[in-house]
Design a protein around this ligand. Sequence first.
Ligand code: SF4
Length: 462
Amino acid sequence: MPASLRNEQGEYVPAPRANERGHRPCSTPTGTRLTITRQCTGNCDRWSVRYTGTVNTSRDICADVCTDVCADVFAYGPAGYRDLMAQLGQPAYRAQQLAGWLWTHGAADYDEMSNLPAVLREQLAEVAVLRRGNVLVRQESTDGTRKYLVQFADGVAVECVGIPDEPGTLPTQQRSPKHLTVCVSSQAGCALGCSFCATGRAGFTRDLLPGEIAEQIRLVAADFGVRAGNVVVMGQGEPFLNFDAVVEGLRIANGSDSQGGLGIGARHITVSTAGIVNGIRRFSALPEQFTLAVSLHSAVQATRDRLMPGVSGQPLSALADALIDYREQSGRRASLEYAVVSGVNDTPAEVDALCDFARRVHAHVNLIGINPIDRGCTGSGGGASAAPDIHATPAMQGAPGAPATTPTPAQRTTDAALRSVAATLRRSGIEVSIRRSRGADIDAACGQLAGRGRYGRPGADI
Ligand code: SF4
């Protein structure tokens, strides 16, 4: 938060805006692709956001890129609301009031926050701009699954998915579902580059802010007309590479009604990682009982390195150690997500390795059938899955490591293949579930919806 909110006399002093700070003109040649750490310029030392884009202007790049991250209310979670109110000389209960307006009431403007003093509303509008997410695209599957492309203030758009009830108990068009799972993205794009993932092929754009993660949940729940019962961070991006913002976003989701949160129980919030070991260790130490899923997809190092090159530096042995420690420290066990790809990770050697790994870490295994992806889908940045059970539904491209520009259309995993792997696991004493992909008739595989356009890549305009 800006340190300059009050002068020595205790008077309120607005922080200078980014474009008033005299940044030097950018000398980077047009067309250069950069990854920039977008430091908060509000002197809060609180946030930095990695941002990737291609320079298409010789204008002052900082005015476009180094925005006042802390001057966006979505940069704050529950602890941030309290700090903000303290800085503004307000009593602590104002933080709950602000959170309630943001998340319970979905206020679009500070002027709606009728129980906040007018002067406070003006101050907030100055130091923590409120700009809600905008649903650019909404698709609904015949099974009731809905997929959304949500755009934020800087133009970045990410995918999220609402998965209602069980198929066959709807149609949702006629009534609200009894139960709703929301799958959210944690980053715009992803730097890990999994070979089967449209998001991975498109690369990384930027981290999402805490409020941008919570906003996906709020928008989806509002569209269904029910409170979300489960949240899975399994969409676009690797959540443990945006750890602090993800945790703050989930604390908004986990907050009770009286705290102005979204009222979702911690045990109903699952974070899925590709296997970032230090992130698992930090996650183990959180006080909340959030649950953990790991996208494994192969327990054979060479195969996993091909499928998921972004985590090839995190060996399976280190991953196993972290999962064992997670279980001991938290008292909970992780689940292993395993997308079955015929001829790739369902061979006897692969399934034996999966049995050994799952047994060693005491994990439940979720086997997943995949959604096919269209040839030529560039998947520019999206990744939320219609399946509530996989870290960015892998629209597996037949050959692992296939060039991103020439994907091979994957076929839907057959039930027989899934049942065969499940039977082997059960014979080995491993608990296993077969998860069904949802939304096969919409752009449900990773990055497909965003891939229809250039959404999610406003970084191309820095
Ligand atoms: S599967 Fe997940 S970690 Fe891998 S590239 Fe896609 S979004 Fe990133």
